[in-house]
Design a protein around this ligand. Sequence first.
Ligand SMILES: Cc1cc2nc3c(=O)[nH]c(=O)nc-3n(C[C@H](O)[C@H](O)[C@H](O)COP(=O)(O)OP(=O)(O)OC[C@H]3O[C@@H](n4cnc5c(N)ncnc54)[C@H](O)[C@@H]3O)c2cc1C
Length: 464
Amino acid sequence: MQIITPGMRLVPEAVLANDAALFRTIPETPSHVDTSLHRVVIVGGGAGGLELATRLGRKFGKRRLSVTLVDRNRTHIWKPLLHEVASGALNASHDAVEYIAHASRHGYRYRIGEVVGIDRAKRQVFVAPSFDDDGRQVIPPRVLGYDTLVMAVGSVSNDFGTPGAARHAISLDTAEQAARFNKRMIDACLRANAQYEQLSPGQLHCVIVGAGATGVELAAELHKSMREIASHNLDNIDFERLIRITIVEAGPRILPALPEHIAQASARLLVKLGVQIRCGIRVSEVREDGIRLGEKLFVPAELVVWAAGIKAPDFLKKLDGLETDRINRLVVDETLQAGEDENVFAIGDCASCVLPGGGEPLPPRAQTAHQQADHLVKVIAARLEGRAAPAFRYRDYGSLVSLADYDSFGRLIGGLKIEGVLARLVYRSLYKLHLKAVHGLAKTTLDSIGEMVARRTRSRIKLH
Ligand SMILES: Cc1cc2nc3c(=O)[nH]c(=O)nc-3n(C[C@H](O)[C@H](O)[C@H](O)COP(=O)(O)OP(=O)(O)OC[C@H]3O[C@@H](n4cnc5c(N)ncnc54)[C@H](O)[C@@H]3O)c2cc1C
């Protein structure tokens, strides 16, 4: 076995990820904080983790708690915006939160790195080394100690082992993937424009696999964005006629997890826009030049997006014996505690939380992550005071789907149906609530005003 010593360079990440024993040879990283403080380590600074770190930092400051947020990225972008990043409707660099600056303003510490394992007996978290774009190590492997650990690492898309999906389809799990798709889409338009209608089969055809909210909202955003890109001097060909978007769904209808009336209204609008919807058929293979449906049918396509189902990251399966469900989520009880370990909690997409009388795990949504982050603030306060942790109660505030600027549909708490401008406003307000939780009311209001002004002068669509 290779022995790692602190400061040793260029340790292959794969080795570290596969053998937690290697980390046990590394001494715990000194924390430089008062050791009498209760140490909370939050892994993952997304919809749930960042809100939790911010609220704990603000509420308890650095005097009562030592809060450390570990994320493998340097910036945070709210995941429900990723389809807008993919279509170019949103420029990720405008909306991203820089963890380093945010942490110093909100009373917690941020550490970059990918967590690959934990040692529950020693209460330690293993963080893989990070490297720059040239492959040089920036930060060596580290071991962080905790008293309370919160896993908030979210989910990744699940291709169910479909041949070729990992290689040829793009998922929208990260801002980098969304930006990569956006670049491919712009390149597709430029390439087609240079060919003067001599297009090969599948050119300018985008297939979206999965008709959940992500797939459906993306279809509408792409419909708008691709035409808008074409309107910027790409006048050699008739994009209106040549762009094609298809949604493929294995289930019997689009938006399977949402109420029927939202699915029907969305389907009507998409069909009106010319988006093809194919339900009740499975993608059996993704190739460089298209997809195979069922046994025989091949559909040529230049762009394939995989948005069919999610799973929690694979490393959770081996998280020092903690129980997981069939899609790798950590099984938590009603206080959000993971398994039998009273020091480990999980929130958001990576937690499988079945509440008493609930039957199914709570849905993987931003509102679940938000409510669970709120709840963990109470749980951690109770731990500090030696009280029993309170039980989590989930409130379903409804479901909304926003189809670019075309229309929005939803159902609010109490079954109230909404659509149009009102639904769009409620949809946007969800993001504003996240910003308020992360930045506070004053900054969110000022940023919103600044954004309204900036929108008048900059291009509606990102073109590079
Ligand atoms: C395109 C799209 C549209 C969506 N639209 C909606 C919507 O309209 N409404 C809604 O309610 N939900 C929506 N969702 C779902 C919603 O985004 C998620 O439910 C929510 O973000 C889950 O929050 P989370 O905190 O659990 O995880 P995330 O927000 O995904 O955050 C996870 C964080 O963990 C970090 N991380 C992961 N692994 C590691 C590791 N090993 N070490 C360190 N850091 C790690 C990641 O970098 C990330 O910052 C959408 C999702 C997508 C992809």
